[in-house]
Design a protein around this ligand. Structure first.
Ligand code: NAP
Length: 358
């Protein structure tokens, strides 16, 4: 039977039915006949949405950790007709996110209320963006069996864990791809590597398509070298050290979302991908370019002689992270292949800021 020939579901969708249907539906949402013939009321629209959710159950995303990446990804999916739910750790943030139109649950993995995750059972896709902590490791995997129980008899089929290129450690400026043997140089990076292994195993145990994306430094609107300069944010000593590395990798948030979507719609063999741009560069270079852009756009707005981001401490050579596999296997063409085009687009879309004194 063709997908569009099926009647709208008018009965409770069991997990088994959802699973069965999800193998058939890969088309965008269709409007049911009644939505075309009757004036849309709120109740009417809601029941149409619910019916469509049951009719096209293959686009149900759950985002564990609606942080910077999670929010942009959620927005893009919503615009494409997905049903998206996500978590944050506080009621205050839940309110803010709900005002932006997101469907939010409060879940803190340090004090987990597993009932909150019941919603996960009817989701088809799960993005995990919760980072590990130094003392504890991955707060969710600490209770992997309980978490797995939250998914039992569910409809999940895709799981993606957001990791970081810091697991590679310093490679003396060499190019590293996903086959490079990780040499994490601090506890957090070690924990991250353990998290990757844990999530891959969990996904495998559940028979899901499971991916780990190792992200470079994430930047985008509201979070970039331009914002740091304009907000006069003080960098930590660790950030200053990193600023001194010859090479660090970064990626624009829009490109992360692009890669995530490609991994949903493409059959790929590899489990782990680097997600970075084409242009590894030192942070000093990036900040100098950001300063230049600000100076061109709003001459005199900032003190161009300010070099407070530069530390006297050595930063190491760093590494040049390769994105060859993600481009080849997922067919991704980066929107922002260099920090240059990324920062240009950010400043282009910025209002003139009002700077703090001092
Ligand atoms: N920043 C970078 O340059 C960079 C580079 C590579 C990889 N990464 C990693 O990539 C992922 C996505 O990055 P991002 O910048 O979007 O991260 P982010 O903005 O910091 O978001 C992290 C999310 O995880 C949630 N979270 C933190 N601790 C939690 C806990 N104990 N229980 C439940 N949820 C918890 C946060 O909750 P709240 O919303 O309540 O805060 C937030 O929603 C993160 O894992 C990040 O560490 C970041």
């Amino acid at each position: 039977m063709k997908a569009h020939a099926l009647p709208a579901a008018r009965f409770p969708a069991t997990p088994a039915l959802l699973r069965q249907n999800s193998r058939h539906f890969h088309s965008p949402k269709f409007l049911t006949l009644s939505s075309l013939t009757s004036p849309p009321t709120t109740t009417h629209l809601k029941s149409e949405i619910d019916a469509n959710k049951m009719e096209f159950p293959d686009k149900q995303m759950f985002i564990l950790g609606m942080g910077y990446v999670g929010q942009l990804f959620a927005q893009q999916l919503k615009n494409e007709g997905w049903d998206v739910a996500g978590t944050c750790t506080s009621v205050a943030k839940k309110k803010v996110l709900e005002q932006k139109g997101f469907d939010i649950l409060v879940f803190d993995a340090m004090e987990p209320e597993w009932k909150v995750l019941d919603r996960l059972r009817c989701c088809t896709h799960l993005l995990v963006s919760v980072p590990p902590t130094v003392d504890i490791g991955d707060p969710i995997l600490q209770r992997a069996e309980t978490f797995k129980a939250s998914l039992a008899d569910g409809n999940l089929r895709w799981l993606c864990y957001l990791s970081t290129t810091s697991i590679y450690g310093d490679a003396s400026g060499a190019w590293v791809d996903e086959n490079y043997f990780p040499k994490p140089s601090n506890n957090l990076a070690k924990m991250r590597l353990e998290s990757e292994e844990g999530w891959l195993k969990l996904g495998q145990d559940l028979g899901l398509s499971t991916y780990v994306f190792r992200l470079g430094g994430i930047y985008g609107p509201g979070r970039s070298a331009i914002d740091t300069i304009l907000k006069k944010e003080e960098l930590s000593e660790r950030q200053k050290r990193r600023a001194n590395r010859n090479f660090t990798s970064r990626v624009h948030v829009a490109d992360i979302c692009q890669v995530l979507k490609a991994s949903i719609s493409t059959q790929i063999q590899r489990k782990i991908y680097n997600v970075v741009d084409d242009d590894p560069a030192s942070r000093i270079e990036v900040f100098a370019f950001a300063q230049q852009l600000i100076q061109q756009r709003w001459p005199g707005l900032i003190d161009v002689s300010d070099n407070s981001i530069i530390s006297k401490l050595p930063g190491g050579a760093g590494k040049r992270v390769s994105n060859a596999h993600v481009k080849k296997d997922l067919g991704v063409q980066l929107l922002y292949p260099s920090y240059r085009s990324g920062l240009q687009s950010i400043i282009h879309n910025m209002e003139k800021p009002i700077l703090r004194c001092g």
